[in-house]
Design a protein around this ligand. Structure first.
Ligand code: FAD
Ligand code: EPU
Length: 441
């Protein structure tokens, strides 16, 4: 008979320092002391009867284990560093549903993507661990299914149905790796919601990430295009990530340099495109991180406060107010944020634009190049607020293309192509899409 028990439960083996975080009747993470200052962690999944009985005994304290409170457990874990924390994290918060992968057929992606265009995925699976991912990739290989990773679906435009497998990232978990009183390193599962993670971090007093509040999507996708807003990019608080190789199943750690971050860019959109499934991302945050308020809009939002009264939480709330006033809520109107990137020009190309359009909105970058405001170019070209059929250009932000309902991916893409062409003719500048264009090959 299965016990009625609330999870997680925490146990310590009598006569040893070994700890267990028991996440469910079949899932536990073991923290085994390694030397005097490290933990080795193992995931236990009680798939067979003997291991299930062992875990039940652990819960009932029959295996000479004593219950410890969450607070005591956290203190004990934090007293040591974690050595190789990764292999097991995928099972954090894993649900029984992940015991066997459930492949679904002909799944409508409309509700799983923020543009809200109709697209049928022939095969779809939700994964909750590294093992799930390897199993799903193996099935894809066996069946010759092309694989598309889906996070929150907030940076994709589906051009048609997806004839392969969509693999939805569901790895959860937030774990402190180290905390020296100021600097905190935290490991977060790729399937966590980005905004929820930001809220959690700011709530804990872990700062440096607050300007990135309210960006939709998942933690796993955040390094893909090095998400950024209001003077901060994810690379500013990024430590490393772990990813599973789509062909070999290899688990590899990518440090900051290896990710080759740029403006809305990373190695995962370039050389290593479609090669890796990001499973966990480690961030470094600081309690004493400086406030980032370079943006005039943030300063205006906070002008009623004295500087010494401003906390990171205030900056986050200011960013959220600004975003709500400018950007359409995907729950009400389909969109994927900025459809295009702000173009970056070298001095010669920039001078050419400036000579004909001295009022062009631009920013000088540290390396001597110039970033133009694509929203300005599109607005000046006359597209802002224009509607064509079921799609159009947002009336408050010309960089955002919107689906009023019922638009197809092709229809939105044709609108984008026409904007690119028109801006090229009028300004001599070629816009590049920021949103990932998804077509089965
Ligand atoms: P998805 O759209 O699901 O995927 C994007 C791409 O990454 C796809 O190619 C997908 O295959 C791949 N991918 C996703 N997860 C993984 C993974 N775990 N491993 C490997 N590949 C993966 N972006 C900004 O940078 N700044 C903003 O201010 C901003 N504002 C936005 C506002 C709105 C209203 C909207 C709708 C979008 C905005 N975006 C912004 C874009 C978007 O939110 C981000 O790019 C976000 O990181 C996408 O996350 P996602 O989980 O939805 O990715
Ligand atoms: N502008 C116009 N008309 C418009 C929109 C913008 O003239 O319709 C001009 C204005 O001069 C404005 C300037 O462009 O001052 C910049 O506009 P905004 O502050 O709205 O920022 P953005 O450059 O349009 C970028 C990111 C956003 C991010 C914001 C805030 C890109 C492609 N977009 O937009 O990211 O939230 O800055 O930092 O870099 C996204 O990537 O999806 C996204 C929403």
């Amino acid at each position: 008979m299965q016990m009625m028990m609330e999870y997680p439960q925490y146990r310590m083996l009598e006569g040893s320092e070994t700890l267990y975080a028991i996440e469910g009747p079949r899932h536990a993470i073991e923290f085994q002391p390694l030397g005097s200052n490290q933990w080795m962690m193992h995931a236990h999944f009680a798939s067979d009867y003997p291991r299930f009985v062992w875990m039940q005994e652990l819960l009932l304290k029959a295996a000479q284990a004593r219950a410890v409170s969450k607070e005591e457990f956290v203190d004990l874990v934090n007293a040591r560093e974690v050595h190789e924390p990764l292999a097991c994290l995928g099972r954090f918060n894993a649900s029984e549903a992940h015991e066997a992968l459930r492949f679904e057929t002909n799944v409508e992606l409309q509700a799983l993507t923020t543009f809200g265009v109709s697209s049928i995925s022939r095969h779809h699976v939700l994964v909750g661990s590294d093992e799930d991912i390897r199993e799903a990739l193996k099935a894809a290989k066996q069946n010759d299914w092309e694989v598309l990773i889906v996070g929150g679906g907030s940076n994709v435009l589906m051009h048609s149905d997806w004839e392969g497998l969509t693999l939805q990232q569901g790895i959860k978990g937030i774990q402190v790796l180290s905390d020296d009183g100021n600097r905190v390193e935290v490991l977060v599962g790729a399937g966590e919601s980005w905004h929820d993670w930001v809220l959690h971090a700011v709530e804990q007093g872990w700062n440096g990430i607050e300007n990135l509040a309210l960006i939709p999507g998942s933690v796993g996708a955040s390094p893909m295009q090095n998400i950024g807003a209001y003077g901060v990019e994810v690379k500013d608080c990024f430590l490393w990530l772990e990813a599973v190789h789509q062909q070999t199943g290899e688990l590899r750690r990518f440090d900051h340099n290896a990710c080759e971050f740029g403006y809305r860019e990373s190695i995962f959109k370039q050389r290593e495109k479609d090669e890796w499934v990001i499973v966990r991302v480690a961030f470094v945050l600081e309690r004493n991180a400086p406030l980032r308020m370079e943006y005039g809009a943030i300063q205006s939002e906070l002008k009623h406060l004295q500087h010494h009264e401003i906390a990171h939480k205030n900056v986050m709330e200011a960013v959220m107010r600004i975003r709500r006033s400018k950007l359409p809520d995907p729950a009400l109107m389909g969109n994927a944020g900025s459809f295009f990137k702000n173009p970056i020009l070298d001095e010669r190309a920039f001078e050419a634009v400036l000579s004909n359009h001295p009022e062009v909105v631009h920013y000088t970058l540290e390396d001597g190049t110039f970033k133009l405001a694509a929203g300005w170019l599109i607005e000046q070209a006359g597209w802002k607020g224009q509607r064509r059929g079921n799609c159009g250009v947002h009336e408050r932000q010309a960089l955002v293309l919107v689906n009023y309902g019922g638009a197809s991916g092709q229809e939105i893409w044709q609108l984008a192509l026409d904007i690119i062409e028109d801006v090229k003719v009028k300004f001599g500048v070629e816009l590049q899409p920021e949103v990932n264009q998804i077509r089965t090959s």
